[in-house]
Design a protein around this ligand. Structure first.
Ligand code: TXA
Ligand code: MG
Length: 341
């Protein structure tokens, strides 16, 4: 048990205070363009252990390191291929995590004993300023309690972390809304481990062939070991069971409205809300706006935990472009319970 702390609210003008918390081994809520993170000094094993404790995170699930620029890669990684710098030039700062071979300086607590480490340069000026001023890489998982949807606002992170962290920097809602794309460059061909704000199509434009890890597309059974250990957990799960319905938007709206029972809730496109009148809905934006879907998906999943809905239905976007990331989060929330029309 940790003693409850008085979690301070910082603003984007407080980079120096944020850096001091990191440098002294504390826990800091950090904004990024994807989701809020739970940051600590990534070279300090005790601080990293406190991240796992605050989240209730399984010990075998490694953390990624956040850096202010690609120049820092060589401090923590070895055998860095030109492809890594190609990706950094094209997508950093931005929603992409690159898996590389680690140097011994990276503690085992960060990598959960793997010989690789995930590196990310977030597109958020205050967070890069904090990392640069602390002059250490910041280990940061998403700022949710393990198993809950990732937080895309400071308020959402405080629902899970108030009293468990030293401070949080509030930079407003995240602009991307789903966690970073993870690509493993230690395998041939490179492998997509988690879809996110940088799309598979964009990665292939830079890298050529990119394999898609099976954990992205289906439920892993308990004896399987996906390459991103975190992908095996039933993440993003709201309390009520979720059923995803995929197909064209008209068809999924009709199907769901025909199957709704009292007490059900619906995650839907904003232009289809009228199919579900009398039911609780969470709209994720117009059917043709994938960026809006990404910004609202976690908020929609979290919102239903504040209501006593019995079951949740979801209209699924197409799994192309940014839609691969959004459908992956929805499908995981549903335990891959998907009805394809
Ligand atoms: O957008 C993001 O990436 C956010 C923000 C805060 O930067 N962070 C985030 O961290 O989503 P987390 O810990 O919630 O998810 C990181 C994922 C986990 O599934 C973990 O298993 C995987 O990355 N991972 C970390 N290090 C890895 C490694 N060396 N090899 C394979 N997968 C790794
Ligand atoms: Mg997470």
């Amino acid at each position: 048990m940790m003693n409850a702390m008085d979690t301070k609210r910082l603003t984007t003008d407080d980079a120096a205070r944020g850096a001091a918390i990191i440098a002294s081994g504390g826990l800091l809520g950090i904004p990024t363009e994807t989701v809020y993170g739970l940051g600590a000094n990534g070279l300090d094993s005790a601080a990293v252990a406190a991240i796992f404790a605050a989240k209730g995170r399984p010990q075998d699930n490694p953390l990624i390191l956040h850096i202010p620029s690609a120049d820092w890669l060589e401090r923590y990684c070895q055998d860095i291929s030109p492809a890594a710098y190609d990706l950094a030039r094209r997508f950093w700062p931005g929603p992409l995590t690159i898996i590389l071979k680690r140097k011994p300086i990276v503690p085992n607590t960060v990598t959960a004993g793997l010989d690789t480490v995930g590196m990310r340069c977030p597109d958020c000026a205050v967070t890069r300023a904090i990392i640069a001023a602390a002059n250490v890489p910041v280990a940061a998982p998403s700022g949710n309690t393990s198993g809950r949807p990732s937080p895309t606002t400071a308020e959402a992170m405080l629902e899970d972390m108030d009293g468990k962290i030293d401070a949080i920097v509030d930079a407003g809602p995240c602009t991307v809304g789903v966690e970073s794309t993870i690509v493993d460059l230690t395998t041939t061909p490179p492998r997509l481990l988690r879809p996110g704000g940088v799309t598979l199509e964009e990665l292939r434009n830079v890298l050529g062939e990119v394999a898609v890890d099976e954990a992205v597309l289906r439920l892993m059974s308990t004896n399987e070991h996906p390459r991103a250990p975190g992908m095996k957990y039933r993440h993003y799960a709201p309390k009520a069971p979720v059923t995803v319905v995929s197909g064209d938007a008209q068809g999924t709206a009709r199907y769901i409205s025909a199957h709704l029972q009292p007490g059900d809730g619906v995650i839907c496109f904003s232009d289809y809300v009228n199919f579900f009148s009398g039911f609780s809905t969470q709209a994720i934006g117009p059917a043709d706006d994938p960026q809006e879907h990404a910004r609202h998906i976690f908020e929609a999943l979290r919102a239903f935990d504040h209501e006593a809905v019995k079951r949740i239905w979801a209209q699924s976007p197409d799994a192309t472009g940014l839609g691969l990331a959004v459908t992956n989060r929805l499908n995981k929330a549903a335990g891959f319970h998907i009805i394809s029309l």
